[in-house]
Design a protein around this ligand. Structure first.
Ligand SMILES: [Cu+2]
Length: 299
């Protein structure tokens, strides 16, 4: 186990720094700072509010412990008899209100920024299904489903006898965390997601991007990202969506813009060729009378 963990750690170090920072590791505590400006803002907010809670906790429990110890009955302490103190009541109302406003201010600023999908350079439509994802690059013919990879799928079968720890990619354990076709995205580009579902509610969640967004049938939700670091970022469906909810992971492959443009161009050309072939099968099969007739009908 130790050796495996060491191997995993080495592989992560050898891989892209972004991925090493962003993907969860065994026994990891705390959130990931992620690989986008927004995910870092979310992380910083989380840390700020965590520390505010720690300070309040220490003060409140410290005061309680001090009072219980210092004014204990065995020392002859006698309880005070008064029941109201207007000054104290104002103070313990106003101070928490000020603290809440001080926390809500930066949180609201981040939420407003997260909701602003204007000026996106690329739009990807994400559709959740039981139990896989469909990705469409709006404005192109690139449209594919992304589902659990074969290794994980075989291993998860009841009584498969296969070892989940043996499902790895480059030394990283990817059991239930890998797909057959990842979502390829460019780095340094504002990408808008329009997210919906075709059957029940799912939720598209990649922790490294800093948000999750519900995929709801009949609704289109929006989100956006701008990924700083190339790498492979893994996520999962985050809304209980049926018996295979745990088997519809998400993989984002972030690549530099030039590499993305080449990938998109190539994939689009293949998709267009496939569509053309699909639209004209009867023409290709023209020698038979039936096919000839249906081709003529289609004209
Ligand atoms: Cu789901």
């Amino acid at each position: 186990m130790m050796a495996r963990r060491f191997l995993t750690a080495t592989a992560l170090l050898a891989g892209s720094a972004g991925a090493a920072l962003a993907n969860p590791k065994p026994w990891q505590l705390n959130m990931t700072p992620g690989v986008t400006e927004m995910s870092r803002q979310v992380y910083d907010l989380h840390m700020l509010i965590l520390w505010i809670c720690v300070v309040i906790g220490v003060l409140v429990f410290g005061a309680m412990a001090y009072a219980m110890f210092k004014f204990r009955k065995s020392k002859g302490a006698v309880a005070a008899r008064w029941s109201h103190n207007t000054t104290a009541e104002i103070v313990w109302t106003v101070i928490p209100v000020l603290i809440l406003v001080a926390m809500a201010w930066p949180a609201t600023k981040t939420l407003i920024e997260m909701a602003d999908t204007d000026d996106a350079e690329l739009t990807v439509k994400v559709t959740g299904y039981q139990w896989l994802w469909r990705y469409e690059y709006v404005g192109t013919d690139v449209n594919f489903v992304s589902k659990l990879d074969r290794d994980s799928d075989r291993t998860r079968m009841l009584r498969s006898g296969l070892d989940p720890a043996a499902v790895t990619v480059d030394g990283e354990n990817t059991y239930l965390l890998n797909v057959d076709r990842p979502l390829v995205l460019p780095t340094g580009t504002k990408i808008r997601f329009v997210i919906t579902a075709n059957d029940v509610i799912h939720s598209w969640w990649v922790p490294a991007l800093g948000w999750k967004q519900d995929a709801i049938p009949g609704f289109i939700n929006e989100a956006w990202t701008r990924i700083d670091t190339p790498g492979t970022y893994r996520g999962q469906c985050a809304e209980l969506c049926g018996k295979d909810h745990g088997f519809m992971p998400i993989v984002v492959e972030a690549v530099p813009p030039a590499q993305f443009a080449a990938w998109l161009g190539e994939t689009d050309a293949i998709a267009k060729a496939a569509r053309a072939a699909e639209a004209a099968p009867a023409v290709a099969a023209a020698p038979t009378a039936d096919a000839g007739a249906s081709a003529a009908d289609a004209q």
